[in-house]
Design a protein around this ligand. Structure first.
Ligand SMILES: NC(=O)c1ccc[n+]([C@@H]2O[C@H](COP(=O)([O-])OP(=O)(O)OC[C@H]3O[C@@H](n4cnc5c(N)ncnc54)[C@H](OP(=O)(O)O)[C@@H]3O)[C@@H](O)[C@H]2O)c1
Length: 404
């Protein structure tokens, strides 16, 4: 078999020679709308520890925007420099749900025909640190699948390591199953991994971008732990969405103190200017929480919000970050850090154990994927452009591939 149309997959186990894919190439890097193009490419070969998945639906992630822009890193070039890809095209995509079509000879955890979701933490199991029990996310070989590796989910078939496959919850439709993993496990680790600052019952947690992929999963995880989520959004149209998930809500458009702070803003004679501008946000936050400050602040916007995150974080609390969407200069007044014993913690994705824990919460219907929209395969560049422009509907976004 040569190729099947988009909207269907071949009979299970039958592998066509070619597949449709949304690809990036170096001469098209730039805005997602023009960087991504549909092409017909060969279906990839798999190794002994790998699995070929027929993709039913893919989930969109912000890393696909970074991949299109080749900013801050040209991933195609980096993969070539690492000798991990010698093809001139790159198929991104770090989330999907699909069916096992083929497996390598050492794979025992899945069978042909199994319905699975893919978790995007790729690594080399033979790496000594990992073999000795080290957390794979800090191993040298750790890669964000479909961002740092080729053959991600924006195609009819994708290639994964066996441990990336987890059982698909039966109660979910393909598009719902495709969208929760990256956001969910990243939020899960941010909230539960960093002892002693791991989430406790009744803790107040401030969540930037409460209506986004990461934010909507974080709200639910906080709520499920019996704690108190405060979501930040930029527009009143998103309030009901966050409230339905269980959060109280602050609209950042009502305040003016955003952005990096400079050395000049923290001099004794000037420091009051920034603090006075930030105080209304703090005051409204305290009103919502009955006077309690956040023990954990879930950071990802970066430059725009970091000074505020550290300012409003409780004594002995933690600002934890996994991104710098609005810029990488995370500035703050050091005095808020040391005088109040606060912690700044970085966090990247999650390990397989954490992925299983999150997947169990979805199976048990304690956490639910929050699907905002499902786009056709043809519209993938448009959907990623909307993500770049912060114009997507609330929740996460899926692309249907293997069904009509
Ligand atoms: N390191 C990791 O493992 C990891 C994993 C997942 C995601 N990430 C990163 O985390 C970031 C968020 O991902 P996502 O999937 O949640 O993206 P998303 O669904 O596009 O949501 C991003 C949210 O950020 C908020 N935002 C946008 N501009 C902002 C600004 N200027 N100030 C404050 N908030 C702003 C938006 O909320 P409002 O405009 O309503 O405030 C939006 O809901 C991305 O950079 C992504 O690459 C990292």
């Amino acid at each position: 078999m040569e190729l099947v149309p988009i909207g269907q997959l071949p009979e299970i186990g039958v592998i066509p020679k070619f597949m449709f894919a949304q690809t990036l190439r170096a001469d098209r890097f730039g805005m997602p709308i023009s960087a991504y193009q549909q092409e017909v490419v060969p279906v990839p070969e798999i190794g002994d520890d790998e699995v070929l998945i027929g993709v039913m639906a893919a989930g969109l992630n912000f890393n696909s925007v970074w991949a299109a822009l080749a900013y801050p890193i040209d991933m195609l070039q980096l993969m070539q420099q690492r000798n991990e890809n010698d093809l001139p095209y790159f198929i991104p995509g770090s989330d999907c749900a699909g069916i096992v079509f083929k497996k390598g000879k050492n794979v025992t955890n899945v069978s042909i025909g199994d319905e699975v979701v893919v978790q995007g933490g790729w690594y080399d199991e033979q790496e000594l640190f990992i073999r000795n029990g080290g957390d794979p996310t800090i191993g040298k070989s750790f890669r964000a699948w479909g961002y740092e590796t080729n053959f991600g989910s924006y195609a009819q078939f994708c290639k994964v390591k066996h441990f990336q496959c987890l059982p698909k919850p039966k109660h979910l439709h393909w598009d719902e199953a495709a969208v929760y993993m990256v956001s969910g496990v990243t939020a899960y680790r941010m909230l539960h991994h960093y002892i002693p600052h791991n989430l406790q019952q009744n803790d107040v947690v401030l969540i930037w971008g409460g209506s986004g992929g990461l934010g909507s999963m974080a709200i639910q995880l906080v709520k499920a732990a019996g704690a108190f989520p405060v979501a930040v959004i930029n527009n009143n149209s998103k309030v009901a969405f966050c409230e339905e998930l269980g959060a109280v809500v602050l609209n950042r458009s009502n305040y003016t103190h955003w952005g990096e702070i400079s050395g000049e803003q923290v001099l004794p004679e000037t420091q009051e200017i920034w603090r006075n501008a930030a105080k209304p946000f703090l005051k409204d936050l305290l009103n919502l929480t009955n006077g309690r400050l956040p023990k954990i602040v879930i950071e990802h916007p970066g430059a725009n919000t970091f000074p505020t995150s550290l300012y409003v974080c409780d004594k002995n609390g933690m600002v934890i970050t996994c991104a710098g969407t609005t810029g990488y200069a995370g500035t703050f007044d050091l005095r808020y850090l040391w005088l109040y014993n606060k912690r700044i913690q970085g966090s990247h994705y999650a390990n397989p154990e954490e992925c299983k824990m999150l997947n169990n919460l979805i199976h048990e219907k304690i956490i639910h994927p929050v699907l905002g929209a499902t786009y056709s395969f043809n519209d993938l560049p448009k959907a990623l452009q909307l993500m770049h422009d912060n114009q997507l509907p609330c929740g996460s976004t899926a692309i249907k591939i293997g069904y009509a």
